[in-house]
Write a protein that binds this ligand. Structure first.
Ligand code: NAD
Length: 596
């Protein structure tokens, strides 16, 4: 029989604590909510009221249920009020000495059988537990932000946590409607260990002006389907909390430089820019605690005219190549009203590409997304050629040939001879330096990267890569073209992986390393990222879809260019590729897909 928890205490009513109070009270459990002062208590109460009022306004909570929820919560200043609760969850700032002091005090105040839990994200639960005389009754219960919404709870057992305490807490999580993964005490547990390297890297990109905050966030939302971009997520977490988590993970987790907090973070925390809770972080919010972003001095102009400032007029576009990407890109341009010249290496290839474009457009017609007349008009705008000479009068060329530098360089040298002056020359490379391609021409200022995602007609994102020689006009032209295609163009520097792959693949690689270290299972890691962070797929699901060979190649490129030891490909990934387990395409990767 699992233990009955009728009253729980929550210590600290900040970003997490207020949400945790709501989770318990919503599920019929009485809560004693404790803060350090009357004013902090008032703030916590206001957070709880704001959150439940929003739930009522959205129709997710009945008014009567909200009132009942509030009746279950009592507020008090100081820990003494917690003398007869069954369980305490501590959610005070991420400092070991503070948490140890609170646990020593809780040990003194609470009944001998009370379970003491910490919501720490990165500190050692074991170190916290030894501040008490009952380390076997101390456990980590790590909720995710926002606690009322996110389904995951990481239950952290130390080497001395009693098995029945673990079982009781697991049963409690089920009662709260949460999915738990139970793991050992290691810095960052599952989700934060995989998340924070990525978040810190994104802050580094912003700090070095590699891309704007809007573009970094849009890239990860649109390129990976994440619920929010990394900088918006840092604002939600709270920059002070994020700083402490990174700092602890750096010290506890083997001094991986990727966890050393980017200096800008410390500066922002010192300046009081803590994210949503203080009304300003990477973005500016309507008021402290508000989720509504308001424009500030860094907000880019919204109008298309401003976007197109300095852009050259584009009417006719050449697309070189006959693969998946070229085919999709031809369709995208033709559908958007551009005249398209497709150049392949022969009539046979042109016929195949033409057929593929027709099939794809027909699918749009069958699904009712495209009128027959629009399909015919799009097809009528495409001309098919096997010679680059037909690109003499286009305004933009998009190259999508094989991913080999020598081939691309030779092609760009030819384009340089054939194309009229002022043409923007774009490469769709996903891994080669754009500057290498640009320098094969006499006009590097006109060369950009246009990194489309697969499938091009569906994916809403394009990375616009500017090299150190790219002119502002060429960049503006590329961005305006993306907008005209109905895509979001994000501008970034010419570094391996651009934005999306540079942020995505090291995270996937870290997940493989975590599996390899037997810290958790592929299923639990996938669960943790989906339910704790709202990812559409877990890392192992995604690796099997993308292909392990492709993932390994990208990770190797990143490692070779940035020489970051933490980017070294996981040996397990290399072994699976060597063994021919490449993911869904070979019916086996991290999982066996042969029966599906
Ligand atoms: N922010 C997140 O996204 C997130 C997610 C999961 C876990 N956590 C963890 O939850 C914990 C709390 O983080 P947060 O972001 O909610 O912090 P926060 O700064 O928003 O809130 C901390 C609260 O603790 C109160 N407090 C400080 N000293 C206290 C004391 N002695 N007694 C009672 N209350 C006290 C503060 O007044 C404040 O309201 C940390 O361990 C953090 O790592 C945070």
């Amino acid at each position: 029989m699992a233990r009955e928890f009728s009253t729980v205490g929550v210590v600290g009513l900040g970003t997490m604590g207020a949400g945790i109070v709501e989770v318990f009270a919503r599920n019929g459990i009485d809560v004693l909510a404790v803060e350090i002062s009357e004013s902090a208590l008032e703030r916590g109460r206001a957070t709880l009221t704001g959150s439940t009022d929003r739930a009522v306004a959205k129709g997710k909570l009945a008014e009567a249920d909200r009132d009942a929820l509030h009746e279950r919560v009592r507020f008090a200043v100081g820990l003494d009020a917690l003398h007869s609760v069954d369980l305490v969850i501590e959610a005070v700032p991420e400092h070991l000495d503070l948490k140890q002091r609170i646990f020593a005090e809780l040990d003194r105040v609470c009944r001998p059988d009370t379970i003491l839990a910490t919501n720490t994200s990165s500190l050692s639960v074991t170190e916290i537990s030894v501040a008490t005389t009952r380390p076997n009754q101390v456990i980590g219960i790590h909720f995710f932000n926002p606690a009322p919404v996110m389904k995951l709870v990481e239950v952290v057992r130390t080497v001395v946590t009693a098995p029945e305490v673990v079982a009781d807490v697991e049963a409690l999580c089920a009662r709260l409607g949460k999915v738990d993964v139970t793991i050992n005490d290691r810095a960052g547990f599952i989700a934060n260990a995989l998340l924070f390297g990525y978040l810190n890297h994104a802050v580094g990109m912003f700090e070095s002006h590699y891309a704007t905050r809007e573009d970094i966030d849009a890239a990860m939302k649109l390129g990976c389907g994440l619920p929010m971009g990394p900088l918006a997520l840092m604002d939600l977490i709270g920059l002070d909390t994020a700083y402490e988590i990174l700092d602890t993970m750096y010290r506890r987790g083997g001094r991986d430089r990727r966890h050393a907090p980017v200096p800008l973070l410390k500066q922002m925390v010192t300046a009081g820019l803590l994210g949503r809770k203080s009304g300003r972080g990477f973005y500016t919010y309507q008021r402290p605690g508000s989720p509504v972003v308001v424009p500030d001095e860094a907000t880019p102009p919204a109008t298309e005219a401003a976007l197109a400032d300095g852009a050259r007029a584009i009417a006719k576009v050449g697309v070189v190549g006959s693969g998946t990407m070229a085919t999709g890109i031809i369709e995208v341009f033709a559908k958007a009203g551009y005249e398209v010249v497709s150049v392949t290496r022969g009539a046979e290839k042109s016929a195949a590409v033409c057929e593929a474009v027709k099939t794809s457009l027909n699918k749009g017609v069958v699904r009712g997304k495209l009128a027959e007349a629009d399909r015919d008009a799009a097809l009528g705008r495409i001309s098919w050629s096997a010679t680059l000479d037909h690109l003499a009068d286009v305004d933009l060329v998009v190259e999508a040939v094989v991913e080999e530098l020598s081939v691309k360089k030779a092609l760009f040298a030819s384009l340089d001879e054939i194309c009229k002056p002022g043409v923007v020359l774009a490469t769709t490379t996903s891994s080669l330096p754009v500057i290498d391609v640009a320098m094969a021409t006499q006009r590097p200022a006109d060369v950009v990267g246009l990194h489309f995602f697969n499938p091009a007609p569906v994916m809403p994102l394009v990375e616009v890569v500017r090299t150190i020689r790219t002119s502002p006009e060429a960049t503006a032209t590329a961005r305006a073209v993306c907008a005209a295609l109905g895509k979001t163009g994000v501008v970034c520097g010419d570094r391996s992986g651009f934005i999306v792959n540079a942020l995505l693949f090291p995270y996937l690689n870290d997940a493989v390393k975590m599996l390899e270290a037997s810290y958790s299972t592929a299923d639990d890691i996938d669960h943790a990222m989906k339910l704790g962070c709202g990812y559409p797929m877990g890392p192992f699901e995604l690796l099997d879809v993308v292909g392990l060979d492709v993932s390994l190649a990208i990770q190797r490129e990143l490692y070779l260019e940035l020489r970051e030891p933490g980017f070294a490909p996981a040996p397990l990934l290399e072994h699976l590729v060597t063994a021919g387990y490449l993911g869904r395409k070979t019916r086996r990767g991290f999982r066996d897909h042969s029966h599906r």
